[in-house]
Design a protein around this ligand. Sequence first.
Ligand code: DGY
Length: 323
Amino acid sequence: MTKPSVLVTRRWPAAVEARLAEDYNTVLNTGDTPMSPAEIRDALKHYDAVLPTVTDTLSAEALDVPTAQTKILANYGVGYSHICEPSARELGMTVTNTPDVLSECTADIAMTLLLMVARRAGEGERELRAGNWTGWRPTHLVGTKVSGKTLGIIGYGRIGQEMARRAHHGFGMDVVIYNRSHVAPDVLAKCNATQVDTVDDLLPLCDFVSLHCPGGAANRQLINGQRLDLMKPDAFLINTARGEVIDEHALIQALMFDTIGGAALDVFDGEPRISSDLLQCDNLVMLPHLGSATKEAREAMGFRVIENLNDFFNGKNPRDKVI
Ligand code: DGY
């Protein structure tokens, strides 16, 4: 029997690429460069499955392929706001993602960012590397204590819950959450978390606010200028979700005029392009979208894609079907 043809849009961990090549008629993007919408469109005409990731824009334009051969977009990553849902539905495509296996590592990066911005670790490292450290002194790079403070979590899915676990059980933080749907009392109880009804209710209560909601149109600029104004003047904003969730221009204003304590970002609107104004903000820590970047998580994500493909081509409903 001919193996289904599969196109992988970026380099994946070697162990996963090898398994994929055994099971499928696989074409790898060995150059590891992002594909243009035209290249994606072309791929959709010629492969049974396309395996995209967050750097691919599967917009309505890229999915404008009425004669697509592709029947499944098996996404490498949990977020899929880069895939135009109505177009995928119209084409009758199945879309899968890779939840669970990256939750712990992404929460680790959110906690890393929280600690870095509170304790001014980015500033310290920049100072030291620039050869500007003049030695210990009582007033040098004094930051904010994390233990015992209040953390607000927006989006209480798997990653949000992992973040709460670290903050509450590791750092004795009080946890307040906002989630679109009602969270079961036993889930809240694990971290003694309190659910509030709106984002606006949550923001004024928190010393730290960490974003764990999906991206896409529904949450575009959820954190805008008005909401930044609701934060305490010394509170910190952490984003490991998607860049578009924050109005970046409003955040730059808040950071430049010190209306919040600081921010720490792993994701950016329009990444990898970074606004030059962000680079000027000292009270900001930035990482290049490292949330799931561990050997363990990245391999597990790849194997999860293969499970989804196997299910699909064996006529079963893939466990991670999102569309
Ligand atoms: C995802 O999975 O959506 C991440 O942003 C990539 O780790």
